[in-house]
Design a protein around this ligand. Structure first.
Ligand code: FAD
Length: 398
């Protein structure tokens, strides 16, 4: 019989875990495995707030795909996926090439959600990618360099849209970085304004209120001004316009209000909610025997709350493991497994040695939460590349 082709789309958390584990389950005589991604490196999306603020070198967050799949029987295709054609078992790339599959794993991540607010893509920093982080970091430093030659307040005004995990984690890093930049560029600290504008009635909606208060107090003490329950109606060349008409003049607007799935999902015609596919329990797209969708492109329901789980790296990686087992079962026989997320906890960094989190039923803050966060970051490296990768790119938890 012909060997089946397995295509993995996206070299993020879901895709890389799938790639890392699949060769353990299927030998080179049992399947052809191909990983497609638009960069030749994997990056730790969950770390990007650090290089974006300039508190970590962006190279620390990325690693060559070749190194991660080195020695494994996986072909790598550097290319941008445009569309899956599930009726034809094909994937098309932006260079016109087509790839055939017997099984496909769609793990192409997310894009920013604008909630219909105009001007986001034109006038804000919104790309939580390595390239996006690099640009924001350089831009921020440039604003400080510019200010003393042309002292306009808007150069030193930063607006973070969204007080969810990404916004809060980014504010943590920015508020640590700003005093360093002030020193470097001879700018008085009190000239810098950092706003966090959030539409919901609270920061970190759904998170433990005591920890939310801890985070907000800490960030306020570092100079962050929160505008909670305040929707942004437009992002413009000059900054943001708030509902009610107030404007904040700022050269730097950072968009962190949440994500929707990759537009590939909509283009490919899968039934979706905000470009996320409500997958079957075995992680297949409804109606397709050979299409698995994982990570931020998938939507799974928390049966306790009857609401979707927020998309996380934690879930994406666990889904990768289940997909590997299920593809193996389809090829070699056996039962498909149901995916059940095992939520170990949630920890958000706040810059420096500060963090907040809930792990199991324990609340953590300060240095113990900071320690836990670094261990979580190191664990992801461990899963993808073992001890070698932890030594090379890992974080010091102390
Ligand atoms: P990703 O890991 O984003 O990977 C997608 C991959 O697909 C990338 O390699 C990308 O280059 C590639 N790709 C995209 N489009 C194409 C295309 N057209 N063709 C080919 N390849 C493509 N989650 C947590 O669990 N804990 C946290 O603490 C946490 N913190 C976060 C902090 C920040 C700043 C951000 C932005 C997110 C955070 N998240 C966190 C969420 C987490 O990063 C995502 O849920 C996770 O990355 C989803 O994994 P994924 O495999 O679906 O996509």
């Amino acid at each position: 019989a012909m060997k089946p082709n397995i295509l993995i789309l996206g070299a993020g958390y879901g895709g890389m875990v799938t790639a890392a584990k699949i060769t353990k389950e299927l030998g080179p005589n049992e399947a052809n495995i191909t990983l497609v991604s638009k960069h030749d490196y994997h990056y730790q999306t969950t770390w990007l707030h650090e290089p974006a603020a300039g508190t970590l070198d962006s190279d620390r967050t990325r690693m060559p795909v070749s190194q991660l799949i080195g020695g494994k029987k996986i072909d790598f295709v550097l290319g941008e996926v445009e569309q899956v054609h599930p009726e034809e078992n094909k994937v098309s790339l932006s260079n016109g090439e087509q790839l055939d599959y017997d099984y496909v794993v769609v793990a192409v991540g997310a894009i920013p959600e604008t909630f219909g607010v105009e001007g986001v893509f034109e006038h804000s920093f919104n790309q939580w990618t390595v390239n996006g982080a690099r640009e924001l970091k350089e831009h921020t430093e440039y604003m400080f360099a510019k200010y003393n030659n042309e002292p306009k307040d808007e150069y030193l005004t930063f607006v973070v849209a969204g007080a969810g995990f990404t916004g809060i984690e980014y504010l943590g890093e920015l508020s640590v970085r700003v005093p360093e930049l002030c020193k470097k560029y001879d700018v008085p600290l009190n000239k810098v304004k950092i706003y966090c504008v959030e539409a919901a009635p609270t920061a970190l909606p759904g998170f433990d209120p005591e920890l939310v208060e801890y985070a907000m107090n800490l960030l306020e003490n570092r100079g962050v001004e929160f505008k909670i329950g305040t929707p942004i109606s437009e992002v413009t060349e000059n900054g943001v316009t708030l509902k009610g008409g107030e404007e904040i003049n700022a050269e730097t607007v950072i968009w962190a209000t949440g994500v929707r799935g990759n537009p590939i999902i909509e283009k490919s015609g899968f039934e979706n909610m905000r470009a996320r596919v409500k997958v079957e329990k075995d992680l297949r797209a409804p109606g397709y025997e050979n299409v698995f969708i994982i990570g931020d492109c998938s939507l799974i329901i928390n049966e306790e709350t009857e609401r979707p789980y927020p998309p996380t790296a934690q879930i994406a990686m666990q889904q990768g493991e289940t997909v590997v087992k299920n593809i193996k079962a389809l090829i070699k026989g056996g039962e498909l497994q149901e995916f059940k997320p095992d939520i170990k906890g949630t920890v958000a960094s706040l810059g420096g040695k500060e963090a907040i989190g809930v792990v199991g039923d324990k609340k953590l803050f300060g240095t113990s939460a900071h320690f836990m966060k670094k261990m979580i970051d190191n664990r992801a490296l461990w899963i993808l590349g073992g001890a070698g990768l932890v030594l090379k790119k890992g974080k010091n938890p102390f």
